[in-house]
Ligand binder design. Structure first.
Ligand code: APR
Ligand code: PHB
Length: 395
């Protein structure tokens, strides 16, 4: 026996894409049900990136889920690029007409959205199992899953596949429909969260002979740090002492920068790759966020691209329910892909400029130094970095 329910939009996944979509739809009077296979505790504690573009902050604030973000988020009006033992600041505000970014952990955004949804009494189910999609090429698609020991079916008008890179939505698209474009990088990031006050007020992206390093933060008491490592490295090969030694070496400056250490609260290795799947729609299934594309973390674009996707999707769904026209929905994929490819290019460019490539390619090394010197000395080149980093306008 399968229990049946109905909604307008079935959303698979309660990451930033699924939760922001549910929130935007609710504000437009469109019903949705969010299905998440992990527990609430797990998704709220999952440590990910933490840079919000200007437009992402505006969207969250204007739609009523930005109070804590405004209170606790750290507004940054620039970043530092460090190479050759020297720091160079890129002033975002000056180069982009007053724009900035906000440092606020992705899981904090997720927590705020979950709370808002549950307080509104809107459906969001955690810990569901065996999620599968049916009839996505028909006008009556459905999602089957198991919750509370009971087989259930959610009938919908439309399904949003917001289930990340390892989700199941994509697999419901017949073979041959999607084309994948991919670039793998020969390195990964080792990230730590340390209970130590940040050693600088701003993010520091460092290019060093020993590899890339990034100084970021989560609060005045917590620093987030990353190191370029080998993609095959195991965490066991990186005891805390080795991590700190490496961070000190890579972040060192000629004028004596000091990095404050503290207890390591969290540690993890993330692969670096670029992936785009096209198109992002098949019948009544719309893919959004990591389910359709992955960017290397160097450009801090992952969450922001996910939010931009669902903003476009919510607009298309609003038109669909208001007028019955699917014209805007049918443009969903093409509209999103323009921004996604810009984000892909920016992320690839930042990644290529800032990482040490294997094989001691001296020619490549000198090209990277030349690029860094140009970006930090030409207003035109710095503006390119700044406007992409703070984010191009939505829509
Ligand atoms: N059924 C239900 N939920 C699922 C399933 C499934 N079969 N598979 C995965 N999920 C859930 C995951 O547990 C996760 O909570 O879907 C959610 C997808 O969320 P994210 O991976 O955070 O992806 P997205 O919402 O697109 O956000 C993109 O996340 O990976 C980061 O850097 C990336 O910042 C970017 C952001
Ligand atoms: C982070 O704070 O986690 C962070 C910041 C900038 C990046 C990636 C990650 O480019």
């Amino acid at each position: 026996m399968r229990t049946a329910m109905r909604t307008q939009v079935g959303i698979v996944g309660a990451g930033p894409a699924g939760l922001v979509l549910a929130h935007l739809l609710q504000r437009r009077g469109i019903e949705s049900v969010v299905l998440e296979n992990r527990s609430r505790d797990y998704v709220e504690k999952r440590v990910r990136a933490g840079v919000l573009e200007y437009g992402t902050v505006q969207l969250l604030t204007e739609t009523g889920v930005g109070d804590r973000l405004r209170r606790e988020g750290l507004v940054h009006t620039g970043v530092e690029l460090r190479f050759d033992g020297q720091g160079h600041r890129i002033p975002f505000d000056e180069l982009t007409g007053g724009r900035s970014i906000t440092v606020y952990g992705q899981q904090e955004v997720v927590k705020d959205l979950i709370r808002a949804r549950l307080e509104a009494g809107a459906p969001l189910l955690f810990g569901v199992a065996d999620v599968s999609l049916h009839g996505v090429d028909s006008p009556t698609p459905s999602i089957r899953f198991r919750a509370d020991g009971q087989d259930q079916e959610l009938q919908c008008d439309v399904i949003a596949g917001c289930d990340g890179f390892h989700g199941v939505s994509r697999d419901s698209v017949p073979a041959g429909v999607l084309t994948g474009y991919e670039r793998a990088y020969p390195f990964a990031w080792l990230g730590i969260l340390a209970k130590a006050p940040p050693s600088s007020e701003e993010l520091i992206y460092t290019y060093h002979e020993r590899g890339f390093a990034l100084h970021s933060m989560r609060s005045p008491q917590v620093t987030r740090l990353y190191l370029q490592c080998d993609p095959d490295d195991e965490l066991a090969a990186w005891p805390d002492e080795r991590i700190w030694d490496e961070l000190h070496a890579r972040l060192a400056t000629r004028d004596g920068f000091t990095l404050t250490e503290g207890p390591v609260l969290e540690k993890g290795i993330t692969g670096m790759r670029s992936v785009v799947l096209e198109p992002m729609q098949y019948g009544r299934l719309f893919l959004a966020g990591d389910a359709a594309h992955i960017v290397p973390a160097t450009g801090a674009k992952g969450l922001n691209l996910a939010v931009a996707d669902v903003w476009v999707l919510a607009r298309g769904l609003a038109e669909f329910y208001r007028t019955g026209s699917a014209a805007e929905l049918d443009r969903y994929s093409a509209t999103c892909l323009r921004r996604i490819w810009r984000g892909q290019h920016f992320s690839w460019w930042m990644t290529s400029m800032l990482h040490r490539f294997r094989g001691d390619d001296e020619f490549g090394h000198r090209l990277q130094l030349s690029q860094l010197a140009y970006v930090t000395s030409s207003r035109a080149a710095a503006t390119t970095l700044a406007e992409n980093y703070v984010g191009l306008p939505l829509g």
